[in-house]
Design a protein around this ligand. Structure first.
Ligand code: ARG
Length: 261
């Protein structure tokens, strides 16, 4: 091999290596980027919710989404140095939208259930609730869930209220609404006999609409969690750590007292 050829080969080898290294490096970086890396980079956590659920997430007079979940997630964001932005989606579309990366997490008074936990990961529980029956003030024949036999019951599509009402035997019909507020309007207009829904939200509705009343005590025990895509372990760890901190340092209690006392 003459000198010229040797030099040519060395240059060629060098080039190949350089391309290879740069190429691999680039590809590797992309692959290793976790959801948390992306969130950190953008400085923003995007949260999906169904904004029909006062006092957890609902529009104020200016149309801004406010509520306990909003302030709770803002507190989480603050600890992590992130801005928090809420976006509104129908409740039954939340998990599919999370999976297709329309947002990073769901905070929507979402109950941790075994079925949901097969498709998403949940944070540690952050709120305790249960289903209650609501009827129109003045109606007296429903005292317990079994009394809903023969009745038309309104629920929010895809919620645990939907699930629980659908399990009650001999129910005449379960009417499923996109928003829980629609179910309550139908109840007040006497187009349905009862609404099955989470206690804190039904209680808040009644404060504004005293022509509706709650029957008995909650008949389920449920815990709300922040939902994340499976595999977003770093994000989950950060969120769990922060929830723990907010519970310990009094921030959680402050928010709880503001929204529920
Ligand atoms: N806790 C119930 C569930 O997980 C109802 C949640 C409804 N949330 C809402 N923002 N509308 O199914």
């Amino acid at each position: 091999m003459n000198k010229g050829m040797k030099l040519f080969l060395v240059v060629l080898l060098g080039l190949a290596l350089a391309i290879g290294v740069v190429g691999c490096g680039g590809a590797k970086k992309e692959e290793a980027k976790t959801t948390f890396d992306k969130i950190k980079e953008e400085g923003k956590l995007v949260v999906g919710c169904s904004a029909d659920y006062k006092p957890f997430e609902y529009p104020n007079e200016d149309g801004k989404i406010v509520g306990f979940d909003v302030e709770f997630m803002k507190a989480v964001g603050e600890e992590l140095g992130l801005e928090v932005e809420f976006t509104d989606t129908a409740f039954d579309g939340l998990i599919p939208s999370l999976k297709s990366k329309k947002f990073d997490v769901i905070a929507s008074a979402m109950t941790i259930t075994d079925k949901r936990a097969k498709t998403v990961d949940f944070s540690q529980p952050y709120f305790n609730a249960g289903q209650v029956i609501a009827v129109k003030e003045g109606s007296n024949d429903v005292k317990k869930p079994e009394d809903l036999a023969g009745k038309v019951v309104g629920v929010q599509l895809g919620t645990t209220g939907d699930l629980k009402a659908s399990e009650i035997e001999d129910i005449k019909k379960v009417k499923r609404y996109q928003k829980i507020t629609q179910a309550f309007i139908e109840l007040r207009n006497e187009r349905i006999d009862a609404v099955v829904n989470d206690l804190p939200v039904t209680a808040a509705y009644i404060m504004d609409n005293p022509d509706v009343k709650i029957i008995g005590k909650p008949f389920t025990e449920e815990n709300y969690g922040i939902a994340m895509r499976k595999g977003d372990d770093e994000l989950e760890k950060k969120i769990n750590k922060t929830i723990k901190k907010l519970k310990e340092n009094g921030t959680y209690d402050e928010l709880y007292n503001k929204w529920f006392k």
